[in-house]
Design a protein around this ligand. Structure first.
Ligand code: S3P
Length: 669
């Protein structure tokens, strides 16, 4: 069972509202991240005694100052990286009529503030922008507020909350309308503190503070875990094996869009021990249980966007690992988050090898299981860092995050927890024996001559991002070694094995596959494909001790999985435990046709018949020979490719791999 840090949105509100209340509040489970520290630091500068936020989420006591107890700050208020801190305080301080200057880090100083200052100016507040137009630093010059009536163009909980706080602080009515409901933590918490807040309709959604309160009751509140943080682990576990439990996650319906999307993508997530609080100001929560399932692409957009806006980076990562295409639309708000998240996702996904299209309001992402590698830029954005942290933690991927420290903003301890989850032992019960993360399988492709094994193997490997293991290249290297030492051909059977062993055969990983080494040096494809070698290779392949010598480099190359090996005895002798075995066949005339085309010949009925006869003889020889006879490996899937074109043939094998790999494998990683 994993515990995640407290909800960021709720933590900000709990701190701000308890400072405004009359009396002592007890808050537990607050997020100790940098964003909430910024809010706590500003409250201190305004005269409120807020203890350090405990790293373990332990309880603190905040002595509220009441609606008139704040003092003007002696210095610029630093909101750090936190948009919520900046916007909520612009509202609250306008209501309280306190002069102050609000600023923040370089990212925050680029984010738009007029969505909050415009309606407040309309109601009588006075601001001076001291930085870029519409941005922090902003000086508040006091001013009496009138009733606030506003229709927001965007569904923004920060705008809505800023106006509600201005109404509470300034003692004025508030009536705000947003196109779709955004998170309602402020409304719930205000109600819990004795304030009447009405919510009407859903699209548009209207929130009214009809009678500004004279005082707020202190809070007794336990902040649940942040679903936006849980989402990183949910995606990791959905794409892995085994299961994971995340304890006490906030499940406010305005925040659970990512759960719906992951379920739509095939995710298996259930809620246990739901806590639906009777108290009108409560926040629903529960434990989430997620089981590895693999994911498929989906469309994300429309009214669901506000309920998952912060989860889009990790959903984009899920999409990169899902089967098929995912389209994300109506998410233009992402362009004004901690960074332009649409751009950051497009640039970084591309940098690690994902096919992605950038739209004005979203992304189109092609899922794949190619290994993803590269270095990504966080642009100072915590959620970009964590999303790519998860992508990098998935089997087969190697991703470096340029600034891992930025996660401190919302999820201290993220990297440790990520490591811990990756190490989670398999859960007992039906999932027993399954491992997390899932290893990539070994795929073998055997079949008769001219069945298209090696071209299929190469294409399957490319499609899956696996490496192609061409056993024929090792036999060719053995022949080359014997030709190079000028060993007379009649002595190959007797002295060949020892000569080959002396030269040393090996394989080395390259980006695309493997290169063959002789005596530690790479052998060129030209040398391996020379006419002399071609002439002698089958003779070498018929020497059992040489076959023995070749087993070791082949098995070493395959030890980490993720390979497609083709040959004559791959599924039977070399990799008898391979997870996916395929036996490719095709009718004789079809194989004859392919062989003729491969050799650049002209197709005619006569040539096909002649070639078919030759292949039939070859099959008979291959089936009856003493060494490595042609046979269908036990447990192999027969794939008759007669009626298939090349891409259809590749697809059948790829589907077979996905079918087996998608299902839990019973081998150890
Ligand atoms: C938040 C509201 C959302 C969200 C942000 C936190 C809040 O922003 O993206 O992380 O706590 O009110 P917007 O209000 O700009 O949509």
């Amino acid at each position: 069972m994993i515990r995640i840090p407290g909800d960021k949105s709720i933590s900000h509100r709990a701190l701000l509202l308890s400072a405004l209340s009359e009396g002592p509040s007890r808050l537990e489970g607050l997020l100790p991240g940098e964003d909430c520290r910024s809010t706590a630091g500003i409250l201190r500068a305004l005269g409120c005694e807020v203890p350090e936020l405990p790293v373990d989420g332990g309880p603190i006591r905040v002595q509220g100052l009441g609606l008139r107890g704040f003092r003007p700050p002696g210095h610029t208020l630093d909101c750090g990286n936190s948009g919520t801190t900046a916007r909520l305080l612009l509202g609250l301080l306008s209501g309280l009529g306190l002069p102050a200057v609000l600023s923040g880090d370089a990212s925050l100083r680029r984010r738009p503030m007029r969505r909050v200052t415009d309606p407040l100016t309309e109601a009588g507040a006075r601001f001076r922008e001291e930085g870029d137009p519409g941005c922090l630093p902003i000086r508040l010059d006091g001013g009496e507020l009138d009733a606030i009536r506003h229709t927001s163009r965007v569904a923004s909980a920060q705008v809505k909350s800023a106006l509600l706080l201005a109404g509470v602080g300034g003692g004025v009515e508030v009536d705000v309308t947003e196109p779709i409901p955004s998170r309602d933590h402020s409304e719930r918490m205000l109600r819990r503190m004795g304030v009447q807040v009405q919510q009407v309709g859903s699209a548009p959604h209207r929130v009214v503070l009809p009678t500004p309160p004279g005082r707020l009751d202190p809070l007794e509140f336990h902040v649940p875990g942040d679903i936006s943080s849980a989402a990183f682990l949910l995606v990791l576990a959905s794409l892995g094996r085994g299961s994971l439990e995340v304890a006490n996650v906030g499940l406010n319906p305005t925040r659970t869009g990512a759960l719906d999307v992951l379920r739509r993508m095939g995710g298996r997530i259930s809620v246990e021990n739901p806590r639906e609080l009777d108290d009108p100001g409560g926040e629903p929560a529960g434990d989430l249980v997620v089981r590895g399932s693999g994911l498929r692409g989906t469309r994300i957009g429309g009214d669901e966007i506000p309920s998952l806006i912060d989860e889009i980076p990790i959903l984009a990562v899920a999409a990169a690992r899902a089967e098929g295409i995912t389209e994300i639309r109506d998410a233009e708000e992402l362009r004004v988050k901690e960074t332009d998240r649409i751009r950051a996702l497009a640039v970084n996904l591309r940098a690690v090898g994902v096919e992605v299209e950038e739209l004005e309001d979203g992304l189109v992402i092609q899922g794949s299981d190619h290994p993803l590698q590269g270095r990504i830029h966080t642009y100072g954005d915590h959620r970009i860092a964590m999303a790519f942290g998860v992508l990098g933690a998935l089997p087969g991927n190697r991703i470096e995050v340029d600034d891992p420290r930025v996660v401190e903003v919302s999820y201290p301890g993220f990297w440790d927890q990520l490591r811990e989850v990756r190490k989670q032992p398999a859960s007992p019960g039906p999932g027993a024996g399954h491992h997390f993360p899932r290893p990539r399988p070994v795929v073998t492709l055997d079949g008769p001559a001219a069945s298209g094994k090696s071209s299929t193997a190469r294409a399957v490997a490319r499609t899956l991002g696996f490496r192609h293991l061409d056993s024929g290249a090792l036999y060719r290297a053995a022949a080359l070694a014997l030709l190079e030492v000028d060993l007379p051909v009649d002595q190959w059977m007797d002295r060949g094995p020892e000569e080959v062993a002396r030269r040393g055969l090996g394989l080395r990983e390259t980006d695309e596959g493997f290169e063959v080494l002789l005596g530690g040096s790479p052998v060129s494809t030209g040398a391996l494909r020379s006419a002399q070698v071609t002439e002698r290779v089958s003779q070498v392949a018929a020497i059992p001790p040489i076959r023995e010598l070749i087993l070791e480099p082949l098995r070493t190359a395959a030890s980490r999985g993720g390979i497609v090996a083709d040959g004559r005895d791959m599924g039977s002798v070399v990799f008898p435990d391979a997870e996916v075995k395929v036996f490719l066949t095709a009718s004789l005339p079809e194989r004859a046709r392919r062989r003729i085309l491969q050799e650049g010949g002209e197709l005619s009925a006569f040539r096909i018949e002649e070639e078919a006869r030759r292949l039939a003889e070859r099959d008979a020889q291959d089936r009856n020979r003493a060494v490595a006879p042609l046979r269908r490996p036990e447990g192999a899937l027969d794939v008759d490719t007669t009626g298939l074109d090349f891409s259809g043939q590749v697809q059948v094998v790829v589907d077979r791999v996905r079918e087996v790999w998608g299902a839990p494998l019973s081998v150890s990683s």
